[in-house]
Design a protein around this ligand. Structure first.
Ligand code: SAM
Ligand code: SF4
Length: 327
């Protein structure tokens, strides 16, 4: 079975957010003081498993667990164990790396092969400023433990012009040195933040690429992970650098994904508000997976053609933060 939206795009990829909470407060993702959801509004592990199963039965073959910080969700190991029972092609994870050391063994045991780790700085003080609470050393140890256990890692970095642009080449060097790919993500206007003006910190992927290529010559690549990243290969290495450019290169025509937030909202597009409340459906009819699937199939017709991000703020913006959206 295949799941299609109203524009004929095949939806094969679900990003499932397991918590809105996080042990970091990255400056582009959250404000300093955040209010998190009360427990009763959050899907239980059993409800998340049911959602995953419904999507899987509809043809979704890849699930990425995200958040907030997924590895701080209580009983996250049970969810991974449940997902392992489904005939998925891939289960993967996006994490800030702070709890990786503790979870690496378990991730490998449940069949996770690749993970994304977010890392915006290699300088301890700057890392602390950007994450507000994070400890670089712990994250680096987590990365090394994961590599040692055989996990493939892609680093994700958000670059802000006046804060960590000076570290772009160091981050690339760090990734190459550990045989990891790295993707640079343009900052998206999700949620109201007060520490910087997003449009003043914006660096386009094209500028980043030029900056990197002065030191690491790049060749365009056809590598395609079915996502929004456009990849370039670092010459004379087997490493790839991805650029995710929601502003400078609209990636919507090939969109193959939807998101489910930790409170069970099916989000049909990162940059639009179109959604369906799966929690209400599940709690109304807890064991009716066929009914749930029918709702999901019908909702696909409302998936918008594209997002309308605008850094200058004169178009409708998304008020939810990335931790609510499930990055
Ligand atoms: N806590 C985990 C982490 O940081 O990897 C998973 C969730 S986080 C929301 C997922 C990704 O979203 C991270 O790579 C983060 O850098 C990115 N992100 C968060 N807010 C963003 C924003 N406003 N624009 C672009 N990327 C953002
Ligand atoms: Fe937490 Fe990830 Fe958001 Fe940073 S980007 S605050 S680590 S959810």
């Amino acid at each position: 079975m295949n799941l299609f939206d109203g524009f004929g795009r095949s939806i094969s990829y679900l990003r499932l957010s397991v918590t809105d909470r996080c042990d970091f407060r990255c400056v582009y993702c959250m404000s300093k003081d955040m209010t998190f959801l009360p427990r009763h509004r959050i899907l239980s592990i059993e409800e998340m498993t049911l959602v995953a199963q419904a999507f899987n039965e509809l043809g979704v073959s890849k699930i990425r667990i995200t958040g907030g910080e997924p590895l701080i969700r209580s009983n996250i190991s049970l969810l991974f164990k449940n997902l392992r029972e489904l005939p998925l092609k891939e289960i993967t994870l996006t994490t800030n790396g702070s709890q990786l050391i503790k979870h690496v063994r378990n991730l490998v045991d449940v069949g996770v092969k690749r993970i994304n780790v977010s890392l915006d700085s290699l300088q301890a003080d700057k890392f602390k400023t950007l994450t507000r609470t994070g400890k670089l050393k712990t994250v680096l140890k987590g990365i090394d433990a994961a590599l040692e256990a055989g996990l493939k890692i892609k680093i994700n970095s958000v670059i802000l012009k006046h804060r960590n642009m000076d570290e772009v080449r160091d981050l690339v060097g760090f990734a190459i040195g550990r045989q990891m790919d790295i993707s640079f993500i343009e900052e998206m206007p999700l949620g109201v933040i007060n520490e910087h003006q997003r449009e003043k910190e914006f660096v386009s992927s094209a500028d980043l690429r030029e900056h990197i290529a002065e030191v690491y010559p790049l060749t365009p690549s056809t590598k395609n992970t079915g996502g929004p990243s456009r990849y370039w290969q670092v010459e004379n290495t087997s490493n790839y650098i991805g650029f995710i450019s929601p502003h400078s290169d609209n990636f919507c025509s090939g969109c193959n994904r939807v998101r489910v937030t930790t409170e069970g909202l099916l989000l049909l597009c990162l940059g639009n508000e179109h959604n369906l409340d799966l929690r209400q459906i599940i709690r109304h009819n807890p064991n009716d997976i066929e009914g749930l699937k029918q709702h999901i199939v019908a909702a696909m017709q409302n998936k918008p053609e594209k997002h309308h991000f605008d850094l200058n703020g004169n178009k409708p913006q998304i008020v939810r933060f990335m931790n609510m959206t499930g990055g």
